[in-house]
Design a protein around this ligand. Structure first.
Ligand SMILES: Cc1cc2nc3c(=O)[nH]c(=O)nc-3n(C[C@H](O)[C@H](O)[C@H](O)COP(=O)(O)OP(=O)(O)OC[C@H]3O[C@@H](n4cnc5c(N)ncnc54)[C@H](O)[C@@H]3O)c2cc1C
Length: 491
């Protein structure tokens, strides 16, 4: 951005959000160049608005100045979604973190987009309600970021992902106009599902300024069991067997031996370090039903190769099992300086085959690959362990990630199960979409954002052309990245 244009923009933005919350100092804006993915890019300016009206005014100024705009919330995104690769203004939501309304009679909450996911359940739990989508980053990621990426989590197997729990949105359109879409409190809406369209659009259509979400009653009982397997293949087969039996647990998570050892070193969750893989399965409901389903699941797991099945005997043991799973990414810092996490999805029945293929890639390449994932959804998160200070390793693990995504696409799956496309996978979109598909998506996007100024360089392939400001961080440390989960997860 030219110096004169930047100064003019800075002056105008300061009038809206004040000097303190308009950042232009090179040291301050460096904090906004990254998210939790390996690549970075510097913005020209950062604004931290306090209200939807301020957001709308900022968006309008950016429209008038023809300036790119990137929304940034908790910055836990793993696909580079908040990285401002065309520069411009980063709009940070750290001050817009309030619960605006709790309406238990209509089972709704209205929140600002910067509210940390877990804070909503913490606020409603005393009344017996919670917000279901529970990404493992829920102690740091926000409702607005979850909306933009359509986040999933362990318990979205039974209850659905973010889009199934968002009933309405207030948006600042790229023109600066504030609009509401969706039904808010109503059970059903008519007409186009614009809420569903914007959820998962990764900030490329509009800026989310307010969110209406569903509240759900905390189940009367939840039981968690850990099934222990000699290898990932038998654990993968057991996942299909459980679901194929007609039981849909609230969650089915898998961790392989590498992950188990890392987790035990960090969290002491009670996982067996000599197991090839463990499954965590959870059922919710009335106590009698939970008991029956638990017994059936124990039997199915045993029939399908489990050497042992342990049912958490009390809430403390259950919480420990989940603490292990939710702290898994952070735990990788115990066994590797760096990791690169992939996110793909395949039809559940193809999981064993995919895990075999990943193991073969690991043996061929010499890189250890840990697997910890929402197995019930067929959603895989291979973590390729490497040392970023060794020349060439970063480039090699990127290629491995690419190869795994291609395998997912070829197996009839997709290139993201929940982390989104962002910067990282924009070229991989061609693995699953034709040129016609992409052209239609671009047309829809341009109904909202004709100039493609909202989060440019994301989601759509750029034909291999690197966006102007991209910078790969080859020294990102696994431990540092993992630590951002912050608070203890609530399960
Ligand atoms: C340890 C760890 C575990 C994770 N586990 C999971 C998991 O289980 N499930 C899962 O789905 N993800 C997971 N993630 C990924 C990440 O937490 C999610 O993608 C999350 O939804 C991002 O939220 P955020 O608030 O950090 O958003 P950010 O990273 O700040 O932004 C993400 C995207 O949303 C856009 N955006 C943010 N706010 C707005 C807004 N107000 N309006 C419009 N666009 C906006 C940004 O431009 C960007 O494209 C994990 C990440 C980490 C580091």
């Amino acid at each position: 951005m030219e110096a004169a244009a930047r100064t003019r923009l800075l002056d105008r933005l300061r009038e809206v959000v004040g000097d303190r919350y308009t950042l232009a100092d090179p040291y301050e804006i460096r904090l906004y160049q990254y998210d939790s993915s390996p690549e970075t890019a510097l913005p020209d300016l950062v604004v931290i608005p306090a209200s939807a009206a301020e957001v709308a005014a900022v968006v309008k100024i950016c429209a008038e100045e023809g300036c790119p705009l990137v929304s940034r919330a908790g910055a836990t995104g793993l696909a580079g979604g908040t990285v401002p690769v065309f520069g411009g203004v980063v709009l940070a939501f750290s001050r817009m973190d309030r619960v605006l309304e709790l309406d238990y009679e209509n089972l709704r909450a209205v929140v600002e987009p910067g509210l940390v996911n877990l804070a909503l359940s913490n606020a409603t739990r005393p009344r017996g309600y919670y917000y279901v989508p529970d990404p493992s980053s829920q102690g740091a990621s926000t409702i607005g970021g979850n909306v933009a990426t359509n986040a999933g989590g362990p318990h979205t197997l039974l209850y659905g992902v973010t889009v199934n729990h968002v009933t309405g949105l207030e948006l600042a359109l790229p023109s600066g106009e504030l609009v509401e879409v969706g039904g808010g409190r109503a059970a059903e809406t008519t007409g186009y599902d614009l809420t569903g369209l914007v959820v998962g659009s990764e900030g490329t259509m509009a800026v989310v300024t307010k969110v209406w979400v569903k509240l759900t009653a905390v189940p009367p009982q939840s039981k968690t069991l850990m099934a222990i397997y000699p290898d990932v293949r038998s654990a993968g087969n057991a996942v299909s067997a459980v679901v194929g039996s007609g039981i849909l647990p609230a969650a089915i998570e898998m961790m392989d031996n590498i992950s188990i050892r890392a987790i035990e070193a960090a969290v002491h969750a009670g996982y067996p370090t000599d197991a090839g893989a463990v499954l965590l399965l959870e059922v919710d409901g009335l106590p009698d039903v939970v008991q029956q389903l638990t017994e059936r699941m124990v039997a199915i797991c045993r029939q399908h190769g489990a050497t042992e099945v342990r049912v958490a005997k009390d809430e403390a043991e259950r919480q420990a099992l989940w603490r292990g799973r939710k702290g898994a990414f952070s735990a990788m810092g115990r066994i590797s300086t760096d990791f690169y996490v992939m996110d793909g999805v395949v039809p559940r029945t193809r999981l064993p085959e995919l895990l075999d293929q990943i193991e073969r890639i690991s043996q061929r390449s010499g890189y250890r690959i840990a697997n910890v994932f929402h197995a019930g959804d067929g959603n895989v998160h291979p973590l390729v362990l490497f040392d970023a200070f060794q020349p060439g390793q970063y480039e090699e693990v990127l290629k491995i990630g690419d190869e795994i995504l291609k395998l997912c696409a070829d197996a009839g799956g997709s290139i993201t199960g929940e982390h989104g496309i962002g910067l990282e996978k924009r070229e991989n979109m061609r693995y699953i979409f034709s040129e016609d598909d992409l052209a239609v998506m671009d047309q829809v996007r341009r109904v909202f954002d004709p100039d493609r100024r909202m989060n440019p360089g994301k989601l759509f392939p750029t034909d291999g052309a690197e966006p102007p400001r991209i910078h790969a961080v080859r020294g990102q440390r696994a431990a540092a990245r993992g630590s951002i989960t912050g608070e203890e997860p609530w399960i």
